[in-house]
Design a protein around this ligand. Structure first.
Ligand code: PEP
Ligand code: MG
Length: 894
């Protein structure tokens, strides 16, 4: 393969090979923009080096050939004594990794050529300053010398002279400094600073290769989920100088404001300086607009180039440039990073300018950005005391009184208090408390802990794993180390704290919160059409319309009460894909279910069923009303048993204590026996879902009756109920057949009684591997499938969904076994393959089989694309994620 490309040979599509920087330098070169000539060594060369420990054998010769060509073009040789060509050697990976890898400037300077440079530039000070920069950078990045040593020597030189800035050092001072720097190199490395320019270049190239595997770079890639095997390209570029006097300088520019998307002149300029000075913030830059006064010709040319770039890239570009004695040079450009808000605004602006179409606009934004815009934010945290920092688990800003258990959370929130639920970690028992709280703070667990996953699902702010905070639920106290590290700060129950789920920061006291205008818009409290509507809201409104126009996937909500259903509808839900009926039995009704499960006499069971029927019917009527005209999939009861039974340990202790007091409680004793009888080692794999329905006579038929009667009564009230009945945890078609037969009997009965045709359909969840594998058979008895990818992931991987995320997932993520939890983003190769095959087999049996997904993955951007590809009809997700799912479904189809 070819390992080296001149800038004239590449283009912007070659990022894999040339890295982002190299590809864009080539693109600019070919656009005729003033780019200092140079060449790029490919990522392939880097990969060979990283794999084998040596550069590919052809590389040296290819570099020589390109260097020759460069020297001919520039009319001087690298490091030539009387007039040296100098080059920069810069890293440039496919994905930008700002500041993570190495760069060396001024390659080619030596004891010999420094005088030539001085002569050519007519500036001795400049030449010696360039030389000392080379030794400093080369020493640090290539030879691994501690950078502090150079900094100290520089400080010493300034102190000795009684000056405070670098510029006040003259040529003689810098010449002395160069000697000192060379001594440092000699002492620290046992070798002299290399005087041969080609050796300098080769060593620098190798150092850039090596920097791909530097600690900083590796950490960054892991965080940003950039694959570790891409390697970096290396750009060798002839040097231009911004530090040759007042008619020189360097700067950065954006073709529009990366924060708001507004067009205008954005950037900074620094006169008489080199690029690193801007980044290092050594001197104060001036606004780019001031360049017009300083150097009108260069300014005008820059404006022209910015327009060329925007029209060419059809996007916001950011730019690094240098002016050398009045001549403008482009050092870098790339499609610029932007805030989430700017992404939406820029996408619509570019449509208005006719630069991109709606389909392209959809590719310029993403669901994660939209999600970010939907969370409330803290106004400013400047004056507030920070208690600590955890993992930013679910974004948003929340303020409230500290509470340490769910019971208090619920009690206080009922009386109108805002609370933050603080736990060491949460478990399913905390669900009610989490719902009641403004936000959740835990001291243990990672991004995939129970708290994090559940909070994200609810759209609730969560900071988890704040390990420096000590949570004592018994004393109802949170203890944080004090800022000086000597003492500690104690937060008692009732004290106000603030948590920021976007940064992971935890504060004492109240930080002011502003609601998200985007949510105000989705809620219908802010109108995009209004004259004075927020620009962001207008843009979001338009992009959502683009997405809705093209998407094939319908979007439904996971909702089990009228309030959530109504919100989901406002957010654009086209039905309910999953109503978890077990959520209707929390709180006071839990006892009824408990009684039902524990009943050993038929009349006892009948009684509890009779008590549950009207409650369920009422629930469904409300739900059908809220979703009038849209499908509502009601899933029959599916609680893991332990969630509905008293805790076995607590109960045992209670009974044992009573025994000790000789205080016999017949009821508790009976209860304990029953709980023992039903106790399961693996409740998730136990008596739940359809199994429960088959074992407890009358349970499912009661629910079916409640659904049918609720629908019939909605019809009578001129409503348009569209109920679908869903059976959970089916593993074989026989289970479904039995339930279906019983259900149809009840439905017919209700239809006869009310004299209506309810048009109810009956389908199943596909959430066990066996169900997926036998989907062809199961489809014979199902009108629809809804993939329960939570349980399917649990059972395909053999991961307990309640435990693993708090236990070994962090280790798995760190080892890169997966980049993201399979409970968050669908595992395409494993779980996804089962889904894909089940779709095929199900449709083969029943071509009109309706297909959806209602696991957590239904609201995850990447997973939505997968579900689009495998041909599902809809995704279903929690109400807050509906706009994200709509957007991503549109992006998948565009
Ligand atoms: C699932 O398993 O994916 C599902 C939606 O059901 P639940 O989460 O209620 O088990
Ligand atoms: Mg399930």
């Amino acid at each position: 393969p070819k390992f080296v490309y001149a800038f004239t040979e590449g283009n912007k599509e070659l990022k894999d090979l040339l890295g982002g920087k190299g590809a864009n330098l080539a693109e600019m070169t070919n656009l005729g923009l003033p780019v200092p000539p140079g060449f790029t060594i490919t990522t392939e060369a880097c990969k060979v080096y990283l794999d084998s420990g040596t550069e590919p054998s052809a590389l040296r010769e290819e570099v020589s050939a390109h260097l020759d060509a460069l020297e001919r073009q520039m009319g001087k040789k690298l490091g030539q004594a009387d007039d040296p060509l100098l080059v920069s050697v810069r890293s440039g990976a496919k994905f930008s990794m700002p500041g993570m890898m190495d760069t060396v400037l001024n390659i080619g300077l030596s004891d010999e050529s420094v005088d030539g440079l001085a002569e050519q530039a007519g500036d001795e000070r400049f030449a010696w300053d360039s030389y000392r920069r080379l030794i400093q950078m080369f020493g640090r990045t290539v030879l691994g010398v501690d950078g502090e040593l150079f900094e100290e020597a520089l400080e010493e030189a300034k102190k000795a002279k009684g000056v405070s800035t670098d510029v006040e050092l003259d040529a003689a001072d810098l010449r002395t400094l160069v000697e000192q720097f060379k001594d440092i190199v000699g002492k620290e490395t046992g070798r002299d600073f290399p005087q041969d320019p080609r050796e300098q270049m080769d060593l620098a190239i190798r150092a850039v290769f090596d920097s791909w595997n530097g600690d900083r770079a590796k950490l960054y890639r892991r965080q940003e989920r950039i694959p570790h095997d891409l390697g970096t390209a290396v750009n060798v570029c002839s040097m231009v100088f911004g530090n040759l006097g007042p008619d020189s300088g360097t700067g950065v520019a954006f073709t529009r404001d990366p924060a708001s998307g507004q067009q205008g002149v954005y950037g900074d300029y620094l006169q008489n300086a080199q690029g690193e000075d801007v980044v290092a913030g050594i001197r104060n830059t001036v606004p780019l607009a001031d360049l017009e006064q300083l150097d009108k010709a260069s300014y005008d040319q820059l404006m022209q180039i910015m327009e060329t770039l925007e029209t060419h890239y059809k996007d916001l570009c950011d730019i690094e440039f240098t002016i050398e004695r009045g001549k403008l040079w482009m050092l870098q450009t790339r499609v610029g990073k932007r805030t989430a808000a700017a992404a939406f605004r820029i996408a619509t602006q570019l449509v208005d300018q006719g630069l991109i179409d709606e389909a392209e606009a959809l590719q310029r934004v993403n669901g994660a950005q939209l999600a970010q815009l939907m969370f409330p934010r803290f106004d400013s945290d400047a004056a507030i005391e920070q208690l600590g920092r955890g993992i930013a688990a679910s974004p948003g800003a929340a303020v409230g009184k500290a509470v340490f258990d769910s019971y208090t959370a619920i009690k206080w929130s009922r009386s109108g208090e805002k609370v933050i639920l603080i736990r060491r970690e949460t478990n399913p028992d905390d669900l009610d408390g989490m719902i009641a709280a403004e936000g959740i703070l835990t001291s243990r667990g990672g991004k995939t802990s129970h708290a994090a996953v559940v909070a994200r699902g609810m759209g609730k702010t969560c900071v988890c794993g704040a390990e420096e905070l000590e949570v004592d639920t018994k004393r109802r106290q949170l203890t944080a180390p004090s800022p000086d590290g000597k003492g500690s700060i104690v937060i008692d129950e009732g004290d106000v704290i603030s948590i920021d789920g976007s940064t992971g920061k935890v504060y004492r006291g109240e930080v002011p919160v502003v609601p998200s205008p985007v949510v105000e818009y989705f809620e219908g409290r802010m109108h995009a059409g209004a004259e004075d509507a927020d620009e962001l809201v207008k843009a979001v409104h338009r992009v959502m319309a683009y997405a809705d126009r093209v998407r094939r996937l319908r979007v439904r909500a996971n909702a089990d009460n009228a309030e959530d259903a109504a919100r989901a509808r406002r957010f654009g839900a086209q039905g309910i894909g999953l109503c978890r009926t077990e959520h209707m039995f929390l709180g006071e009704r839990r006892e009824l279910v408990e009684r039902l499960i524990l009943a050993d006499a038929e009349d006892e069971r009948e009684q509890s069923l009779a008590a549950l029927l009207p409650l369920q019917k009422g629930d469904f009527k409300e739900l059908f009303e809220a979703m009038d005209g849209l499908p509502v999939t009601v899933r029959l009861l599916d609680p893991p048993l332990h969630e509905f039974l008293p805790d076995i340990t607590e109960l045992s202790v209670r009974v044992a204590l009573a025994e000790a007091r000789k205080d016999h409680n017949e009821n508790d004793l009976r209860l304990l026996q029953a709980v023992h009888r039903l106790h399961e080692q693996n409740p998730m794999l136990g008596l739940r879902g359809v199994r429960l329905g088959l074992v407890i006579p009358g349970l499912f038929t009661m629910q079916v009756r409640a659904i049918a009667e609720a629908a019939a009564e909605r019809l009578a009230a001129n409503g348009d109920p569209r109920a679908e009945i869903m059976i959970p945890l089916v593993g074989t078609v026989q289970e479904l057949e039995i339930v279906r037969e019983d259900a149809e009997k009840v439905i017919r009965e209700v239809e006869e009684t009310y004299g209506v045709d309810l048009g109810l359909t009956l389908g199943t969840m596909i959430e066990l591997p066996r169900a997926a594998l036998t989907a062809g058979q199961i489809a014979e008895s199902a009108d629809f499938f809804s993939f329960g990818t939570n349980d399917l992931t649990q059972t395909v991987w053999g991961f307990s969904r309640d435990d693993v995320e708090a236990s070994f997932f962090t280790a798995y993520l760190e080892k890169g076994i997966f980049g993201v939890s399979p409970f968050e983003t669908i595992d395409k190769d494993g779980v996804g393959k089962l889904v894909k095959d089940a779709v095929r087999d199900g449709r083969a049996t029943r071509p009109d089989l309706k297909l959806g997904v209602c696991g957590e993955h239904g609201g995850d951007p990447e997973s939505v694309h997968f579900f689009h590809e495998v041909g599902l009809d809809y995704v279903s997700c929690s109400p807050f994620r509906i706009p994200v799912a709509r957007l991503e479904a549109g992006r998948a189809a565009a």
